[in-house]
Design a binder for this molecule. Structure first.
Ligand code: G3I
Length: 452
């Protein structure tokens, strides 16, 4: 289907700007590549990517964007490319939020996974009301329009998402597509996708298929059949949403390998593991090692940058906590990738810290804030963290820490005092400050904690 001139111009503009930015940033990146250590650079050294799901509405948050840009070399729009976001009204396409993410990613030289073209969820209600003939043409038109818009920009598309039922049946999930078009809708979607953007890798993506079980066996049979009949499929995505009810399977690596042996790439597409501390770290390390052990496992995407915005926020399933401090899980993932284990390369000592905030006292026009600094799994001798008070608040005094200020006077960086920089692994200290509210009662925001 022909793309309109306006749409083509928009794509060309976005791609053009992105490649100029990419050219500028490649030079900057290569200068720091040797010294800097990040999930993305460590994965790249192993021939893989390490990405995160991203939401357009958080890109304006400095700590979010800087953590994304420092650590990851691939992004997946978390919701912005789904059918309800791109074609909520039939034939009328909206790409602005997804364009924001794609523009940001390409500008930083990151790969983009497209998520997702055909899925029973986040599907506008008009789709389920169509007749079979009409639904077939709506599905093919949706795939065509969305892929045309991003042609050349997408590394891999989740063409069909979650088409199989949970449980032991191995059956297809009921959906408007399955119920009206039958099993053949998956094949048709892949054939249409290949005809639109032959350069993009085409993936089938699902959850609870991470180990060998009835559901993954059914997906395996489909992929084997597709390969045998020449249906265009290049990759299988394993979402890998883990928690105590659905732990990392012991045959995770073997399962990835058996799919790879069918002649497709495998990717870990939506990784998150609920938990904390050493247990969570061990699980993350094991998932990374499983991918590295399978030569066709081309990359890992975690389902969010920070616990703060995770779809399972209360389970703290990600690598950065809600203050953007790197968690033990981060160190484990980075170490498994062959990196040093400390954000931004650290000093090689393994020193990390995290920070948390409480208001210890409050009164009409002021409050006392308390920040607790906790060492990670290695001893530290110095720490530093940022504190931003919302204008027009003003910090009047600080104690147990040594502050310096940005030029605007609202962001302070607090380093340890002479007597509280050294902390044993897991040990904590705290510093405090008094703030004049000046009419604004909002709490301060902490930056990442760094340690040596
Ligand atoms: O944007 C609206 C906001 O305006 C409104 O005020 C708010 C009130 O509920 O909802 C907001 O939309 C939410 C959206 O996330 C953005 O935050 C939706 O309600 C919520 O349902 C939606 O959840 C997403 C979920 O897919 C929907 O199925 C999650 O963010 C997203 O992480 C999740 O991702 C899926 C993958 O696509 C497929 N695999 C499973 C994975 C986890 O469920």
């Amino acid at each position: 289907m022909a793309t309109s001139n306006r749409s083509r111009a928009r794509v060309a503009l976005r791609t053009g700007v992105a490649s100029i930015l990419a050219a500028v940033t490649v030079a900057a990146l290569s200068q720091t590549a040797a010294a800097a250590d990040s999930l993305g650079s460590a994965a790249a050294a192993k021939g893989r990517y390490f990405g995160a799901a991203v939401a357009a509405n958080h890109l304006g948050e400095t700590a979010y964007a800087s953590t994304l840009d420092r650590e990851f070399n691939q992004v997946t729009p978390e919701n912005e490319m789904k059918w309800d976001a791109t074609e909520s009204t039939r034939g009328s396409f909206t790409f602005s939020n997804a364009d924001q993410i794609v523009g940001h990613a390409l500008g930083k030289g990151m790969k983009v996974r497209g998520h997702t073209l055909v899925w029973h969820s986040q599907l506008p209600s008009w789709v389920s009301g169509l007749s079979a003939t009409d639904l077939r043409s709506a599905m093919n038109n949706h795939i065509t329009q969305v892929m045309e818009h991003y042609k050349g920009d997408i590394y891999a598309w989740d063409v069909v998402n979650e088409a199989f039922q949970d449980g032991g049946s191995g059956a297809r999930r009921s959906s408007p597509f399955q119920d009206k078009l039958g099993n053949g809708f998956i094949e048709e979607a892949f054939r249409t996708a290949r005809s639109v953007d032959p350069a993009a890798k085409l993936c089938y993506n699902d959850y609870n298929t991470d180990g060998v079980n009835a559901k993954s066996n059914a997906v395996y049979a489909m992929v084997k059949d597709f390969k045998a009949r020449g249906v265009p499929i290049d990759c299988v995505g394993f979402q890998s949403h883990f928690n105590s009810a659905s732990p990392v399977p012991s045959d995770y690596q073997a399962n990835l390998q058996r799919f790879a042996d069918l002649g497709v790439d495998v990717q870990i597409t939506e990784l998150d593991i609920e938990g904390s501390g050493t247990a969570q770290a061990t699980n993350y390390g094991n998932v990374v090692k499983a991918c590295l052990a399978v030569s066709r496992c081309t990359g890992i995407t975690v389902w969010g940058v920070t616990d703060k915005y995770s779809w399972r926020s209360s389970g703290t399933p990600l690598l950065f906590d809600s203050n953007y401090a790197a968690k033990p899980a981060y160190s484990a993932a980075l170490t498994a990738l062959g990196g040093s284990g400390t954000p931004g390369g650290g000093d090689g000592s393994g020193a990390t810290c995290s920070v948390s905030y409480t208001t210890s006292e409050a009164w009409n026009d002021g409050y006392n804030g308390k920040v607790t600094v906790t060492a990670g799994s290695s001893p530290i001798t110095a720490w530093s963290t940022g504190v931003t008070v919302p204008a027009p608040q003003k910090v009047v005094t600080t104690w147990n820490g040594s502050p310096s200020w940005d030029s605007g006077g609202t962001v302070m960086t607090v380093k340890n005092a002479a007597y509280n920089g050294s902390l044993a692994p897991g040990a904590s200290t705290s510093f405090g400050f008094t703030v004049q509210k000046n009419g604004n009662g909002a709490a301060p925001v902490l930056g990442a904690c760094t340690a040596s």
